[in-house]
Design a protein around this ligand. Structure first.
Ligand SMILES: O=C(O)C(=O)C[C@]1(C(=O)O)C=C[C@@H](O)C=C1
Length: 278
C-alpha cells in the first residue's frame, strides 16, 4: 500500500488534489499532516511514499514554504504535477448573517486569492491566517456566529458550516498547480514533460543572463522562473526554473550540464509529465 501525504486536516484543497491524483490508483492510502513542511519531511524520512503539495497559484503565486523546503531541507524529486481549478467559498455558522461577521479564518494563499473580496465585502472582519483552510473552518466553527471561513466547499461539510457565497476569489480563472514529490521518479519519459531545477550564480554582471542564454542556445522553452532569498546576504537569491523537456532528452541533459558548470549551487528537482488543465 502506497502512503500519500497531504496538508490536512480533511477538507483542504490539498486533500482534493491528493484524491484526484489517487483516483483509479489502487493500493493508495491518503495520510493527512498538519503542515506542508511536515508532509515533505515525512517523505524524506520514508514515512510516506509520495506527497501531493500545492506549488503555485494563478492569482497568488508560489507557495514559498514548498520552494524553501525543497531547496534547503530535503532531497526529493517532483515526479508528477496536476493543475486544479480553485473555487473559494465563504462559509459561516448555519443561520449567521455573513455580512456582520467580525472574523474570517483562512489559509494565507486563500486570503491572497480573495484580497479584493475581503476588502470590499468584509472590511470590518479581522482575517486570522490558519495552517490550512480546513483548520480555518474548524476555528470558525468553534468561534460561533461572528466568525466565517474561506476555503473549499468540502470544509463546510466537514465542519458543519453553511456555504453562503461561492467563487469569491478575485478572478474566476483561479488554478493551483500541485506537485507530487517522492524519492525517485515514477514515470518513464513519454509525451510532454517538464524539468525543474534550483540554483544560484555568482554575484557578478551577466551571471544569470548567462544561464538563461544556455536555454536560449539549446532552444529550450522556460515555463517558470522564480527567486527566493538565498538566506545569506540581503539581495542574494536562488532561482527556481522550470523548462520544457525531460532529462533523458540529450538537449536538456547537455543544457543542464552546462548550467551546473556555471552555477555555484545547483539542485535537480525532477523531470515529470506536464499536466493538462482539468
Ligand atoms: O488550505 C488548503 O485548503 C490547502 O490545500 C492549501 C492551499 C495552498 O497552500 O495553496 C491549496 C490550494 C489553494 O491554492 C489554497 C490553499
Amino acid at each position: 500500500m502506497h502512503k500519500i501525504g497531504y496538508l490536512g486536516p480533511e477538507g483542504t484543497f490539498s486533500q482534493q488534489a491528493a484524491q484526484h491524483y489517487c483516483f483509479n490508483k489502487q493500493e493508495a492510502a491518503l495520510v493527512s499532516l498538519p503542515s506542508i513542511r511536515e508532509v515533505l519531511l515525512s517523505v524524506q524520512r520514508n514515512e510516506l511514499d509520495l506527497a501531493v503539495i500545492p506549488f503555485e497559484n494563478s492569482l497568488e503565486g508560489s507557495v514559498n514554504i514548498v520552494l524553501d523546503v525543497l531547496a534547503w531541507e530535503v532531497d526529493l524529486l517532483i515526479v508528477d504535477e496536476l493543475i486544479l481549478p480553485i473555487s473559494q467559498t465563504l462559509m459561516v455558522t448555519p443561520g449567521a448573517d455573513w455580512e456582520r461577521i467580525s472574523s474570517v479564518y483562512t489559509h494565507p494563499q486563500s486570503a491572497g486569492q480573495c484580497r479584493l473580496f475581503l476588502e470590499t465585502h468584509l472590511p470590518q472582519a479581522k482575517v486570522y491566517l490558519t495552517s490550512s483552510n480546513a483548520e480555518g473552518a474548524n476555528q470558525a466553527q468553534m468561534s460561533g456566529r461572528t466568525a466565517g471561513a474561506i476555503g473549499p466547499e468540502a470544509a463546510a461539510d466537514k465542519f458543519g458550516l453553511q456555504v453562503v457565497l461561492r467563487n469569491i476569489q478575485d478572478k474566476n480563472n483561479n488554478f493551483t498547480r500541485f506537485v507530487v514529490v517522492g524519492k525517485k521518479s515514477i514515470h518513464l519519459p513519454a509525451g510532454r514533460n517538464k524539468t525543474s531545477i534550483v540554483f544560484s550564480t555568482e554575484h557578478t554582471p551577466g551571471s544569470l543572463a548567462c544561464i538563461l542564454d544556455i536555454f536560449n542556445l539549446w532552444d529550450i522553452n522556460m515555463t517558470k522562473i522564480e527567486s527566493r532569498p538565498s538566506r545569506g546576504q540581503l539581495g542574494r537569491y536562488i532561482f527556481f526554473i522550470d523548462i520544457d523537456g525531460h532529462l533523458s532528452n540529450p538537449d536538456v541533459r547537455d543544457a543542464l550540464t552546462m548550467v551546473q558548470r556555471k552555477t555555484n549551487f545547483y539542485k535537480f528537482l525532477g523531470s515529470y509529465p506536464m499536466a493538462e488543465i482539468d
